[in-house]
Design a protein around this ligand. Structure first.
Ligand code: CTP
Ligand code: CA
Length: 221
């Protein structure tokens, strides 16, 4: 009810997001993934839509329902997420990379299910690095306003600001610790060229609204 009376701060804007984990197959029945429920990204997609934006959500495997009015594209691997994002990036005003993207995929994934063998030999997996979706979007000519997330296990203040510079994004959002995974509450720290600021601890939907307002206030024009 309250949201309906707020000004639509993203009216006429197009917002693209990634959310959830990716899944990198080892064989047809096994894979490697990251810890992410997708809740934060889905909450931000919902908040952006409430703020009047046209929202596209590239979602890795999650058990979450699609927020009302949001265009959702389901993907599994980091490469698929990258390809879906690059195909949709043109003309977007904002890109928010919330997904916990697997940094590596299995280079020697098997087309058939791997079988245990009597000697106890274990599979020897080799890895290849996945494309960095956020950095790729940030490097586009006429890139949208790019927002990254960083879940660090230590030294958040230092690592998050380093990550913001490395990825060349104007805004990077730090999660405090891994205690946020799967939880409904979270605490965020925003890093931009002026320094950093905390958003007070709150439910993910409330935080998502606060973050969307922060992003709207930073858009050019
Ligand atoms: N990200 C991405 N594509 C990747 C890896 C990360 O788009 N292949 C995005 C994430 O969605 C997040 C940001 O980059 O918004 C930071 O992700 P993170 O894993 O913290 O950073 P990395 O650069 O992968 O560094 P590391 O995992 O080594 O700390
Ligand atoms: Ca990573």
């Amino acid at each position: 009810i309250v949201a309906a009376f707020q000004p639509k701060r993203l009216a006429g804007k197009r917002v693209l997001l990634t959310a959830g984990p990716t899944f990198e197959p080892i064989d047809p029945v096994r894979g490697i993934t990251n810890l992410s429920s997708g809740k934060m990204g889905f909450a931000i997609a919902r908040a952006a839509r409430e703020a009047g934006a046209s929202v596209t959500l590239m979602a890795g495997p999650t058990a979450l329902p699609t927020p009302f009015g949001v265009r959702r594209v389901d993907v599994r691997t980091a490469q698929q997420m990258h390809d879906a994002v690059m195909a949709a990036a043109h003309g977007q005003d904002v890109f928010i990379a919330v997904a916990a993207v697997a940094d590596w995929r299995v280079a020697n994934a098997s087309a058939q299910k791997l079988k245990k063998n009597a000697d106890g030999d274990t599979p020897q997996l080799r890895f290849e690095q996945n494309p960095d979706i956020l950095a790729a979007v940030a490097a586009l000519p006429q890139a949208p306003y790019c927002v990254g997330f960083a879940a660090e296990s230590e030294n958040l203040l230092q690592y998050a600001e380093e990550k913001r510079r490395k990825k060349k994004v104007p805004l990077l959002v730090g999660n405090i610790g891994h205690e946020t995974f799967g939880r409904d509450e979270n605490e965020l720290v925003l890093f931009d060229h002026d320094g950093y600021k905390h958003l007070p601890r709150a439910g993910k939907q409330e935080l998502a609204r606060a973050l969307v307002a922060e992003i709207a206030g930073r858009l050019p024009g």
